[in-house]
Design a protein. Sequence first.
Length: 244
Amino acid sequence: MDQDELINAYLDGKLSPDDKRLFEQLLQEDPVYLQALEEQRQIKLAVTLEERSKLKDFLREIDRNEARLLAKTNSLKSWLFAGVAACLIVLVGYFLWTSLSTTPGEKLYQTYYQTYPNLVAPTVRGSSSGGLKSEAFLAFDNRDYEKAAVLFENLIQEPNSEFAIFYLGICQLELGRPEKAIPSFQKIKENASQPDKPTALWYEAMGYFKLNKLEEAKLRIGKVAQANGHALQSQAQEIFQKLE
């Protein structure tokens, strides 16, 4: 090998023990080799230092990037945590507010109330006429309870209009006016067939639940619970047990 290769091999520790011993002997005997070795050593040192400097700069840049990334991540985590925490606070607050602000009667009302269906004058699609009765039930089926209430109230003046009294009460419940609904249900007679008295008592009880008047509601529900074979009997018994 030539001089440079021999010197680099010596500096890199790649010479065999015998070759190393011969090279060191050569350095003692030939000043040219010694000077060349020192120059090469300085070059390698400079290159090493430069590389280390670059490496340090590179590593510092990585550290800075990691620090920025960590800061962003922490900021994002903080933001996410704050956002989640805020959502949880809102949800918990809403839950507590609704739970605490909802009365026992209102809870029973929300659980058991269902709109009574139109079983008197089924609406025929495409029909726009048929008298006041058809118009009232068309509005009822379309959930226009305000209009239906007015029409049912007009129907009350006609003969055989007990159904109109009952459905007026249903409209008032749907409109959130239980105090106006209850008197309508109370007008349904014991021998009424469509709707029958137990059904009227059930919805009267719903009105009292809405007003959170539990004792009045319990009295009506108790009567429905005793109506053997009635469609609402089992639900009435369930509610009655809850009120005991």
